[in-house]
Ligand binder design. Structure first.
Ligand code: GDP
Length: 434
């Protein structure tokens, strides 16, 4: 999916525009920690074209001086985006800070679209002419608070997307590593790619993104490690900020089939771990929980089991995700990772037969009667799988209101007991039979 970034000095209305474009499409699932609440990254769509949206204004660079902050935010946009929306304010003309942003954006070879915000009425349109001086062609007058002009702006944004050929489907299994700084992501990457066991392909032309690394195992399985460059590189100030790393993780998750969620055994689970895992779950990706630095743990007969229980408690919604204990330092169990990723990817893309599925549901209903509300009983007529990645099931019923979440969970467990969906979330949707 192409990525759009909104950049500009503070107070031009970046978050307002972000929220307008992201709209209500951001769903917050109650029982999972909602990273999406941070509103720094969102999936959106315009006229049938999907894209991701990032608000670099949300990236707080701490105590850096003002202009330095603005520069860092513009750099983020240049690094991450396919198209940049450069936002200025129609009230008060071009400022020094606007010119500062402009100078940084000149140097990028990404398409830049200039939007003048706060043009709330037609009389204010004359004010946009000043902004030709920034050198990004015709400015688009918009009003975030009134929702004016956004359609024209989005038309221009979508038109500037790179050729769709860059986003072609391939059979490779795409996976990413997510986790807080220092959990050992880059050590795992180096250990995996550094062995003779895998053949790292020539990058040019084989993937959609130069930051991805394709490799092949001796069994001939093809994998692409998403955002390898981002995991390895370090140094710029913003790359160490939490919001930036969360945003980058969200982008990697969107581009993956399977997510390796890395936890540091030495430090245990932190708040930031939950955010990122919650997003991977909501996004419907396959998930493997990888506990790294296992070499640092003093072990007795219980340590592995105890740690697993602890993680399972903290991440109840990831009950389906397999867990593996590794050490990037000693290499322990790392060789099992590709196999495990493949298995999860297979389950993530699994389709089951309707006949067998309905047998499972009929048996389930016989075992545990459907719920009733006011003496009206839920009736299940037919169940069918409508999608993969993640596997999604539609249950045709007499009245969707009669479904209870605990009964839905029961059905999910029954489906899981009969088909191997380990590693993948599954979705169940009720529809009224017409
Ligand atoms: P990243 O920020 O998640 O990419 O983490 P790094 O790969 O840079 O690792 C952070 C630190 O943890 C480095 O000092 C590594 O040497 C160390 N480290 C990584 N994996 C292991 C491990 O399995 N065992 C031990 N003892 N240290 C590790």
């Amino acid at each position: 999916k192409p990525v759009v970034a909104i950049v500009g000095r503070p107070n031009v209305g970046k978050s307002t525009i972000f929220n307008r474009i992201a709209g209500d499409r951001i769903s917050i699932v109650e029982d999972t920690p909602g990273v999406t609440r941070d509103r720094i990254y969102a999936n959106s769509e315009w006229m049938g074209t999907q894209f991701s949206l990032i608000d670099t204004g949300g990236i707080d660079i701490g105590d850096e001086p003002f202009l330095k902050q603005i520069s860092e935010q513009a750099e983020v946009a240049i690094d991450e985006a396919d198209v940049i929306v450069f936002l200025v304010s129609g009230r008060g003309g071009v400022t020094d800070a606007d010119e500062h942003v402009a100078r940084i954006l000149y140097k990028s070879n990404k398409p830049v679209i200039l939007a003048v915000n706060k043009v709330d009425n037609p009389e204010m349109r004359v004010g946009i002419y000043d902004f030709y001086a920034l050198g990004f062609g015709d400015p688009f007058p918009i009003s975030g608070s009134h929702g004016i002009g956004l359609g024209d702006l989005l038309d221009a944004v979508v038109k500037a997307f790179p050729e769709s050929a860059n986003y072609e489907e391939d059979k490779t299994i795409r996976f990413s590593l997510i986790g807080r700084p220092n959990v050992g992501k880059s050590s795992i990457v180096n250990a995996l790619l550094g062995t003779d066991r895998v053949i790292v392909s020539d990058i040019a032309g084989t993937t959609r993104d130069a930051v991805d690394t394709p490799f092949t195992t001796p069994d001939g399985d093809e994998f692409t490690m998403v955002d390898t460059a981002g995991i390895r590189k370090r140094g710029k100030v913003y790359e160490n900020t939490e919001r930036y790393s969360v945003m980058r993780a969200m982008k990697a998750i969107d581009n993956s089939d399977v997510v390796l969620f890395i936890i540091n055994a030495e430090e245990g689970i932190r708040e930031q771990d939950k955010k990122v895992a919650g997003y991977a779950h909501q996004a419907g990706r396959g998930i493997v929980i990888v506990v790294n630095k296992w070499d640092t743990i003093k072990k007795d007969n219980h340590s592995l089991h105890d740690f697993e229980v602890h993680v399972r408690e903290e991440f109840q919604y990831l009950a389906y995700a397999p867990m593996i204990f590794v050490s990037a330092k000693t290499g322990q169990r790392l060789e099992k990772l590709p196999e495990l990723i493949k298995k999860v990817a297979t389950n993530h893309a699994k389709r089951v037969q309707s006949a067998t599925l309905n047998d499972v549901i009929v048996d389930a209903v016989a075992m545990n009667p459907t719920p009733t509300i006011n003496q009206r009983r839920l009736r299940i007529y037919y169940t069918t799988q409508v999608a993969i990645q993640p596997p999604t099931f539609v249950v045709f019923v007499n009245d969707p209101e009669l479904m209870h979440f605990s009964y839905e969970r029961f059905l999910e467990n029954q489906i899981r007991a009969h088909f191997d969906f380990s590693g993948t979330p599954i979705r169940i949707i009720e529809r009224k039979r017409k």
